[in-house]
Design a protein around this ligand. Structure first.
Ligand SMILES: NC(=O)c1ccc[n+]([C@@H]2O[C@H](COP(=O)([O-])OP(=O)(O)OC[C@H]3O[C@@H](n4cnc5c(N)ncnc54)[C@H](O)[C@@H]3O)[C@@H](O)[C@H]2O)c1
Length: 453
């Protein structure tokens, strides 16, 4: 059963600076799914630590934050402004249904060049996958040998909890974070089994089919008081049972689905159209990709989970209920085509039909030749460091969903009844204002009238 620590929320103090514990000791990163994204992230961290590469794309490593007035010239690096774990303190483990160590898995994923991989080979080879919790019904296009056996799903969760304790002990980590980089699971909707922690625990022992493998990892992590971030569009922690467990054990949660590639572009472009009151009559998006993720998404069940995550973005950004003439009647289609020759180097095409003054139509074509895992890896790093920060902050650790991390997700989790914020620029402001708030700095509203007094 869950180790149930009492949840006590600390009052907000005027000086918040003292509310964050220092990041002492090592931070253990635990990754279910050691495929393209996970290996690109871990290999990248090691290459950066060794000085072979730079952490482009990572807000925690390269980003700055403006404090005070524009005339104050105070823009420290984020990692100097809030106490984040240092890259040198990260240690790693993972689970996968295949037995490949991280070096072999990274070589097969074909994202990073052999030259770079060989420079970090001893480090990557030492990270071997633990046996996975897997159910073929949830990922129809995969099967592998490295899988746990147990009498029911609760038993499997206990085995994952034992893995977590084992890793903590053997690595000497002071704190842990779990981040799901496993395949996209088949589409499911919340049921009675997900409605409360009590119902969920009963369902685990009854081997309920509505409990996906990703939920077993999440339950095990949160039960051990470990934050859980969800990089795939699976339901996983987006159910009342996990919200409850997260708050109870003061283990932050966030998700879903890393915002990379085409959706990143959508959340950059659509806010611009809305800001300028340009109408939309259609947005057709198609992709070709040839990695294992593409192969998994070739199954209609897994694709449906991804499609739901991708489709909701425009509705939320454009707010057709507020702007019926502009956005009340647009067609939005998303296609993903598995095309092996491309590997991880996806190509995403967008045809956007917009209209302006007097209804005159215009078209925009976007052809984004992107690299999926190169876009995802810095997101994984930031989420690991920010979830660890959240857990060390008395203001954030007990709130459950970390909505301030929406910036990183295609389908951001929110409190029940709240619509998600998809606009990348609002998400960025929300994230930075949260950091300012944590450190007792004034929030930035961009009003700026004070400069003209
Ligand atoms: N790369 C991106 O830009 C991006 C963006 C958003 C979301 N994602 C999501 O991130 C996830 C990882 O993407 P990827 O490109 O690394 O895929 P991948 O196929 O290379 O890696 C996924 C790994 O998860 C393993 N796996 C599947 N089920 C598992 C289980 N139950 N337990 C342990 N391991 C399991 C697979 O064997 C595989 O090695 C996918 O769900 C993908 O949809 C990726």
């Amino acid at each position: 059963m869950a180790t149930q620590r009492k949840h006590t929320r600390t009052e907000t103090k005027t000086d918040n600076r003292s509310d964050i514990q220092a990041p002492k000791g090592k931070l253990g990163v635990m990754i279910p799914g050691m495929g393209a994204v996970a290996t690109t992230f871990v290999a990248g961290v090691e290459a950066i630590r060794k000085g072979f590469a730079k952490p482009f794309g990572s807000l925690t490593q390269m980003g700055t934050i403006r404090l005070g007035r524009r005339t104050d010239a105070r823009s420290p690096k984020i990692k100097e402004f809030v106490p984040l774990a240092a890259l040198d303190d990260l240690v790693f483990t993972g689970w996968d249904i295949f037995e490949d160590d991280m070096y072999t898995a990274a070589s097969k994923a074909g994202v990073l060049e052999r030259d770079l991989l060989d420079k970090v080979k001893p480090f990557l080879s030492a990270i071997k996958p633990r046996k996975a919790v897997f159910d073929h019904n949830y990922v129809k296009n995969l099967d592998g040998p490295n899988v746990k056996k147990g009498k029911n799903k609760m038993d499997l969760a206990e085995q994952v909890r034992a893995d977590i304790r084992d890793f903590k002990k053997s690595s000497g980590a002071a704190r842990l974070v779990t981040i799901w980089c496993g395949s996209t699971e088949s589409f499911i909707q919340p049921t009675a089994a997900h409605a409360s922690l009590k119902a969920f625990e009963k369902a685990l022992t009854q081997n309920d089919e509505n409990i996906a493998p990703s939920m077993v990892y999440a339950y095990a992590s949160l039960s051990e008081g470990v934050p859980f971030a969800n990089g795939a569009p699976n339901l996983t922690v987006d159910i009342p049972a996990m919200h409850e467990l997260s708050r109870q054990n003061e283990a932050p949660i966030c998700g879903k689905d890393f915002k990379t590639g085409q959706t990143l572009m959508k959340t950059i472009l659509a806010p611009g159209f809305k800001a300028r009151l340009l109408g939309l009559s259609g947005w057709f998006s198609t992709n070709i990709l040839g990695n294992r993720d593409g192969e998994v998404l070739d199954d209609p069940g897994s694709f449906k989970t991804k499609e739901e995550s991708k489709l909701s973005v425009l509705e939320h950004i454009l707010q057709p209920e507020l702007y019926p003439d502009l956005y009340g009647n647009f067609t939005h289609k998303v296609r993903i085509n598995y095309y092996p020759p491309r590997g991880d180097n996806k190509e995403g095409w967008d045809n956007i039909d917009i209209f302006g003054w007097l209804g005159y139509p215009m078209q925009i074509k976007v052809d984004f030749l992107c690299r999926d895992s190169i876009l995802a890896a810095p997101i994984v790093l930031d989420l690991v460091l920010f979830n660890d920060l959240a857990q060390r902050s008395s203001q954030l650790r007990g709130i459950g969903i970390q909505e301030w991390l929406s910036f990183y997700f295609k389908s951001p989790m929110t409190a029940p009844g709240l619509y998600p914020e998809h606009d990348l620029f609002i998400q960025s402001m929300k994230l930075k204002n949260t950091l300012r708030h944590l450190r007792g700095e004034e929030l930035i509203t961009h009003l700026g009238l004070e400069y003209y007094d």
